[in-house]
Write a protein that binds this ligand. Structure first.
Ligand code: ADP
Length: 315
């Protein structure tokens, strides 16, 4: 369990994390979603005590992580997979970690097996591909068999097989009752992985809900119809309070539920060759919600007097 209360971090005049309060509970994958620069990595560093909050607090299993007796048994974190001594083999890297953290050496073989690196365990990690480096980072995170796992953008740069593997691993870890907290700026990725979402923009929490709730609350319902009588159908939609745009023989209809669109056609004797309720993707819902919160817009958003950013936009 991770609990943040009014967590705030300011760097000079930049408010990187702005009064975040949230709880990350065990047994499910919680996605930490936000555009680049939203404050995800800073929050994760604050959780791990690698940075000190300007205000507020955050605890892991009820106390600050810095007070943990054996940090690797408490939290496993993958923050920067490249932070590995390239001259060492995967085996030695993990063995060193195990020894300095008072963990049994047998865990090394176990985690290498779990991440599929057993065969290359004696090779220097310098020659590792990005995906192998990522697996090694995850092996290190799993070494202490921790109840809480945090991954910062774990699928960045991975091939489809690696992405699938990480997704399944996170789900399996959550199914074992662990707390799994994973950040991403890729909404489509979270849609496949997360059960619950914390969405942030400009350091602020803008949603704390399930993936389904997030899509439902933040996306406009759309219906697509195909009809030989697009003009008449569009008129009816407008008269009923909806909005329609034409796309050849199709109409894209907004603000009316699919049942209402079907009834309108039926009642007015209009033939439909297609009637589809479109489910907006998490990507669309996310864009909608964060469009005011994206850090570097093409234009300065209204009510955003930040001098530093205004300067960046103008330059
Ligand atoms: P994310 O992980 O969501 O991409 P970050 O937490 O890395 O976002 O960054 C949030 C904001 O804080 C950004 O504007 C970033 O430039 C700023 N920031 C992060 N770390 C520092 C630092 N050490 N010094 C100054 N500014 C920082």
């Amino acid at each position: 369990m991770i609990e943040a209360d009014g967590l705030t971090k300011r760097y000079a005049d930049k408010l990187a994390v702005d009064h975040l309060s949230f709880t990350v509970t065990p047994g499910r994958v919680t996605g930490f979603l936000g555009p680049n620069g939203a404050g995800k990595s800073t929050t994760m560093r604050l959780i791990l005590g690698l940075d000190r909050p300007t205000a507020g607090s955050v605890t892991v299993n009820g106390r600050p992580f810095s007070a943990a007796d054996n940090p690797m048994r408490e939290v496993g974190a993958l923050l920067d997979a490249k932070a590995i001594h390239g001259g060492r083999s995967a085996y030695h890297h993990l063995l060193c970690l195990a020894q300095t953290n008072d963990l049994p050496a047998r865990r090394v073989g176990e985690v290498l097996e779990m991440v599929g690196l057993t065969e290359v365990a004696r090779k220097r990690s310098k020659g590792f591909s990005l995906g192998m480096g990522q697996r090694l980072g995850i092996a290190a995170a799993l070494l202490g068999d921790p109840k809480v796992l945090m991954f910062d953008e774990p699928v960045n740069g991975l091939d489809p097989e690696g992405i699938l593997w990480i997704r399944n691993l996170m789900k399996a870890l959550a199914a074992e009752g662990r707390t799994v907290f994973v950040s991403s700026h890729l909404m489509s990725e979270m849609q496949h992985t997360a059960d619950h979402l914390l969405v942030i923009g400009r350091g602020r929490l803008i949603a704390d809900c399930t993936v389904e709730e997030f899509i439902e609350q933040n996306s406009e319902q759309q219906v697509r119809v195909r009809t030989p009588d697009t003009a008449r159908m569009a008129e009816l939609v407008t008269a009923a309070g909806g909005r329609a745009t034409t796309d050849g023989p199709r109409l894209q209809i907004f603000r009316l539920p699919v049942e209402r669109v079907g009834d309108l056609a039926f009642e007015n004797n209009i033939r439909l060759h297609e009637l589809t309720a479109l489910q907006a993707s998490l990507e669309e819902a996310f864009m909608e919600l964060t469009k005011e919160a994206v850090e570097y817009h093409a234009a300065v958003p209204a009510g955003a007097p930040a001098i530093e950013e205004a300067g960046k936009v103008e330059s």
